[in-house]
Each structure stands twice: as structure tokens, then as C-alpha cells.
Design a protein around this ligand. Structure first.
Ligand code: NAP
Length: 261
């Protein structure tokens, strides 16, 4: 897929298109992180996932600039560590400065701040979105009751909930409960929670002439669950992006869903 082709996306409130396939950057730091993000952008990824906690916003931002790709063509997510609750404005300002951008596309509360859903932080997030510093705001690692606490307090649902997801963690009810509230589900750690040698994944992969890893990513895509695989290995960075030229059948999707039971 070439960079100029529109990628499958989920539409967040405010007409913000979020590519379903993104590039994870946790544990990709320093020169290795910079190189990985450059390779990902060259391979065609237009969605990058970072966080204050990852300590690589500066490298991610530099890779974006050096890629020569227009800022508005790249979807950038970063996250507020829960211990920074109460210092939201200073934290987003620091992220924007490190990334070298005027706005992020998505800003997430990385985890619920201790012992509560973080209503005060959520109000600050909404205010920062109004200032144009984040095009969309959301959360990560939130349960459905914690989402409800934010919605009840402010009338505004998070645009996204980034949570661990994979065939082995597939939970159709949780997916539906998030979506019923208008919250897009973004899965993280697609491989860390997957046995890539599972016989079902291997059989489906063989049938399509692809790898089990590609099957896992394609399965997310067909569920319209945002997925953000991380790799610092050039070959994996490009094969993880090469999932647009095959499709899983409904039977294969059901069989992979069942790995979550
Ligand atoms: P992941 O993407 O599931 O797995 C990364 C690991 O899989 C790395 O060891 C990588 O190795 C390997 N890998 C990559 N492609 C592969 C392939 N095709 N075949 C076999 N192995 C492959 O794990 P993750 O980094 O935990 O999750 C992805 C992203 O989600 C993170 O980078 C981060 O952006 C986000 N995340 C968010 C949270 C949160 O709390 N919100 C938590 C965890 C992660 P190499 O790098 O050596 O190639």
C-alpha cells in the first residue's frame, strides 16, 4: 500500500479519522526508536502511538519531521501518566514541545488516576481539546463503569478506550459496551498476548500465504478494532503493515474469536 492511499479508519467525534492500523512505540527509544518510526513511516503507517511514559516523544517527533510527510497526514497519539493528574496543561505542553508539533490527534489518560475514574482530569482533557491542542481525547485501561463515571459527570464520552486486545482476550460484550457509549476500542499488545504458533492461527495463515502475526492484525482490522503493533525489526515493521491484500472469511473470523473463550 502506498502512502497516498487512504487507509481504513474509524471516525472519531469531530470528524477525526483514526487509521485502524497504527505503530506502537513502547520500549522503542533512542536511536532504535527513531529508526523504527522512520521505517514505519516509509512502510506506509500513518498512525503513531507514544506516551509521556515511553520517554521517546522527542525521537518520534524528529522521525515525523525527517520523514518529509506532512504533519496533517500523520495521526499522533500520546498519553498522560496518571501521576500527572492535576498537571494536565503542563503535561500536554511538554508532550507538544518534545514532539515538536502544535497539536496531537489523540490524547489519552494512560490509566485511571488512583482510586477513581479521574473526572477532574477528564474535564481538563475536554478543555484542552477545546483549545485545539488535541483533536480528540480519550482514555486507556478503563472499565465500563469508569467510562460511565466520566460520561455521567460531563455528558461526554471518551473518543477512544485503549485496552489490551488480541484473539485470546477477545470479549465481544466489552467491545459492544464500549461502542454503545460511542467509545472506539483500540487494542494494544496484539502479539504479547498471542500464541503465534496456535494451530488455528497457523492453519488460517497457511491458507492465505501469510504469517500468524498478519492474521492477528487482519482480524483486528475486520472487527474495526484499532491495532498498534510494535516492532524495531525492519522486516516485521513492513510485514505487519502488509495486511490489506487478503481477507479472512466469516468462518475464520468466528474461529479466531473463539480463542478468547
Ligand atoms: P506487541 O505489539 O503485542 O508486541 C511487540 C513484540 O512483538 C516485540 O517483542 C516485537 O519484537 C514482537 N513482534 C513484532 N512484530 C512481530 C511479528 N510479526 N512476529 C513476531 N513477533 C513480532 O506489544 P506492545 O508493544 O506491548 O503493544 C503495542 C503497542 O501498544 C505499544 O508499543 C504501545 O504503543 C501500546 N501499549 C499501550 C499500553 C497502555 O497501557 N495503553 C500498554 C502496552 C502497550 P521486535 O520489536 O523485536 O521486532
Amino acid at each position: 500500500m502506498t502512502a497516498s492511499v487512504a487507509q481504513p479508519s474509524v471516525l472519531l467525534p469531530g470528524e477525526v479519522a483514526m487509521p485502524l492500523l497504527g505503530f506502537g512505540t513502547w520500549q522503542a527509544t533512542g536511536g532504535q526508536g527513531y529508526d523504527a518510526v522512520r521505517q514505519a513511516l516509509d512502510a506506509g503507517y500513518r498512525h503513531l502511538d507514544t506516551a509521556t511514559m515511553y520517554g521517546n516523544e522527542e525521537e518520534v517527533g524528529r522521525a515525523v519531521r525527517d520523514s518529509g510527510i506532512a504533519r496533517e497526514d500523520i495521526f499522533i497519539t500520546t498519553k498522560l501518566p496518571p501521576e500527572r493528574a492535576g498537571r494536565e496543561r503542563a503535561t500536554i505542553d511538554a508532550s507538544l514541545a518534545a514532539l515538536g508539533v502544535e497539536y496531537v490527534d489523540l490524547w489519552l489518560i494512560h490509566w485511571p488516576p488512583r482510586e477513581e475514574a479521574g473526572v477532574a482530569t477528564w474535564r481538563e482533557f475536554l478543555a484542552i481539546r477545546e483549545l485545539g491542542l488535541a483533536r480528540a481525547v480519550g482514555v486507556s485501561n478503563y472499565s465500563v463503569p469508569q467510562l460511565d463515571a466520566l460520561i455521567e459527570a460531563t455528558g461526554e464520552a471518551p473518543a477512544v478506550n485503549q485496552v489490551p486486545w488480541s484473539p485470546s482476550l477477545h470479549d465481544a460484550e466489552r467491545l459492544a459496551e464500549n461502542r454503545r457509549r460511542g467509545v472506539a476500542v483500540e487494542g494494544y499488545s496484539p502479539f504479547k498476548n498471542t500464541k503465534l504458533r496456535h494451530p488455528v492461527l497457523v492453519r488460517v495463515a497457511d491458507a492465505h500465504g501469510v504469517s500468524a502475526a498478519q492474521v492477528v492484525l487482519r482480524w483486528h482490522l475486520q472487527h474495526e478494532i484499532v491495532v498498534i503493533p510494535k516492532s524495531v525489526t525492519p522486516e516485521r515493521i513492513s510485514t505487519n503493515f502488509d495486511i490489506f491484500d487478503f481477507a479472512l472469511s466469516p468462518e475464520e473470523m468466528t474461529e479466531i474469536d473463539a480463542l478468547g473463550r
